[in-house]
Design a binder for this molecule. Sequence first.
Ligand SMILES: Nc1ncnc2c1ncn2[C@@H]1O[C@H](COP(=O)(O)OP(=O)(O)OP(=O)(O)O)[C@@H](O)[C@H]1O
Ligand SMILES: [Mg+2]
Length: 253
Amino acid sequence: MSAILETDGLVKEFGGLTATDHVNLSIEQGELLSLIGPNGAGKSTLINLITRMLEETEGDIRFEGESIVDLEPHEVVQRGIGKSFQTASIFPDLSVEENANIASLGAEHGSFRFNFLTHRNSYPEVEKRTLSMLDAVGLRDQRDVRAADLPYGDKRRLEIGIALASEPSLLLMDEPTAGMSPEETQATVQLIKDLQEDLDLTILLVEHDMEIVFSISDRIAVLNRGSIIAEGPPAEVQGDPSVQEAYLGGVEL
Ligand SMILES: Nc1ncnc2c1ncn2[C@@H]1O[C@H](COP(=O)(O)OP(=O)(O)OP(=O)(O)O)[C@@H](O)[C@H]1O
Ligand SMILES: [Mg+2]
């Protein structure tokens, strides 16, 4: 295996607070790496540095061997790093298929064409991309449903589908099961595992549910106060005394 993404001495300071403290993280091609840690440990900050929504204070981030710190967020997406956002990227009054079409169209052409929704059959590539995206997240049968009318779990699946429209090789997911019922959580976890296997995706997952994390991850990295304090396969990380310590009073491992 070789690294698809590496951070090298990555630092992010917010005023006097060091949210990311010299992080050297390596994500291998094809793996599902979970990033865990107590509230405020710096998980979302690390994800936002990778997507370039945040500027680093120090250090480097390399994707497929090349530094990406000088790129804009949309250029990072074009390189192949996708992020599943929470419901903000859905157009509630459009159907599932229309939402998927817009995402596919954006990925295909890099910009919108306003007459697209009325002429979609003349865009076979986009249509193909749309259907394969809806299949990947299991929403093909609901394609005519208005997005706002989807159950919460399906909205989150549509979000994941929208992130897949740009055909990323690395997918970043920040708490994809937050707010879900146990059944929706179970289905989403299965979806994430299927995506990794069927689409040969590399996944960086931030997830609070330890049962999920320990069951689906190939590897786990533990952040505490901005630093990685442990890293390895689930069984190794679970028994690590420094991890137990970091979680004292927090989430039970
Ligand atoms: N834009 C910002 N400005 C100032 N401080 C910030 C900003 N974003 C995050 N922080 C601080 O940086 C630290 C890390 O926050 P971050 O959101 O990355 O943690 P997290 O691990 O994602 O936490 P959670 O599990 O609660 O989502 C926290 O102390 C937070 O208050
Ligand atoms: Mg967070």
